[in-house]
Design a protein around this ligand. Structure first.
Ligand code: ADP
Ligand code: MG
Length: 380
């Protein structure tokens, strides 16, 4: 890569004169400076800590159904050096993660900050936008948009993977799957096509990636959106949810999808990223939901004006306000994702139980907020 996101780029990108495609396999800045993760730096995401959640039921990687370690997870605490090969010979180092959640819940914001934090830790990261809105990666690129794989295909008929990969903050590889023309075709088709294209052309190996993070719209129950889970492409799924019922409803639906494909080699659940969770009752609701469904909170991310400010400036918080408290929260999330090895099959609530659960919260929410009672699931 010749340079970081250059507003006056080579103009090669269709419909976006500012886009600059990748041309080499340059390493993120931190990696080039040797600022990689320290050897042996791993962490148990279920360990008690400020953001530790009720521990999920995890089992040994080769244990009975219900849990699965990522390919390449060796559990030895050996850190993966940026751009380097896995600590163990023959094992795969690439970690593929899918971030799901309802539209507008904060997936792209969280994913972009996660990608930026991982890149700053020295990892080689690709962020793969799987939302027909195709706006996943724009805060990694000074607010500019890149042409999507479907757009390029429509325009040219045939696309080389490298033509669809653009450079973002600190060397992050940015891809947008895109969607069909409005009103035509299946919105999930972009994901199927895009994933196939990059897989066929072996680009993940070629770029020697440490992380591919899929940012996927989670409230459309179409097969295309399940691709990162169903095809076993991602190893770990995280869902972004607030304490709002509709966000929890979407998360619960996602858990059903994960459960459905879990016996067929589908991705398993790493946990919930609790976004815009600031007050006590919000935390109590999310805590109770993860307890009921047998998962864990990966990180509590407060609602923050720093995020809004950064986004208005076309940047992630990691880039725009690296010393802010919010940036610390995203870096903490990145460390937890780095340490995360074992995902599990969630236990979604059926429609009736989810309704009853919500009704219980409707009754006790004010009492929890006033501090009169503590919910069973609350870690507050
Ligand atoms: P999604 O990708 O799930 O559709 P976005 O990441 O685009 O959602 O977020 C929707 C809006 O919410 C954006 O304007 C974003 O800046 C804002 N947002 C998300 N998370 C936070 C947060 N923690 N604090 C403040 N604003 C947030
Ligand atoms: Mg988005």
């Amino acid at each position: 890569m010749a340079s970081r996101k250059t507003p006056a780029g080579d103009g090669a990108a269709a419909g976006n004169p500012g886009a600059r495609r990748i041309s080499g396999t340059a390493r993120p800045k931190a990696a080039a400076e040797g600022k990689g993760p320290a050897a042996g730096e791993t962490r148990d995401p279920a360990a008690p800590g400020p953001a530790a959640a009720p521990a999920a039921e995890t089992k040994a990687p080769d244990g009975p159904a219900g849990s699965r370690a990522a390919p390449g997870a060796n559990g030895t605490g050996e850190a993966k050096r940026p751009g380097g090969k896995s600590a163990r010979k023959g094992e795969r180092k690439l970690k593929q993660i899918a971030v799901y959640g309802k539209g507008g819940i904060g997936k792209s914001t969280t994913t972009s900050n996660l990608s930026a934090a991982l890149a700053d830790m020295g990892y080689r990261v690709m962020q793969f936008g799987c939302d027909p809105k195709a706006d996943s990666t724009n805060t990694l690129r000074d607010g500019t948009y890149i042409p999507t794989i479907l757009e390029l295909l429509r325009e040219k008929g045939r696309v080389e993977a490298r033509e669809a990969i653009f450079e973002g903050y600190n060397g992050i590889y940015c891809v947008e799957a895109g969607g069909p023309s409005p009103g035509v075709g299946c919105a999930g088709r972009g994901i199927i096509t895009a994933v196939q294209l990059l897989k066929q052309q072996n680009i993940y190996d070629e770029l020697d990636l440490d992380y591919v993070i899929y940012d996927v719209l989670g409230d459309v129950v179409c097969g295309g959106f399940a691709v990162p889970i169903r095809e076993g492409i991602a190893q770990h799924v995280f869902t972004v949810s607030s304490s709002d019922f509709m966000a929890i409803y979407a998360a619960n639906n996602l858990f059903r999808g994960i459960q459905k494909y879990s016996n067929a080699g589908g991705a398993l659940l790493g946990g919930v990223i609790a976004n815009s969770v600031s007050s006590g009752y919000q935390r109590a609701i999310v805590d109770d939901f993860v307890k009921q469904t047998g998962t864990q909170v990966m990180q509590y991310v407060p609602r923050s004006i720093t995020v809004t400010q950064s986004e208005l400036g076309g940047k992630t918080t990691i880039e725009a306000a690296p010393d802010s408290d919010q940036a610390k929260v995203y870096r903490e999330l990145a460390k937890r994702v780095e340490a995360h090895e074992i995902s599990t099959v969630p236990k979604p609530l059926d429609a009736q139980d989810l309704r009853a659960w919500a009704a219980k919260w409707s009754d006790q929410i004010l009492a929890v907020e006033r501090g009169e009672v503590r919910s069973a699931g609350a870690q507050i």
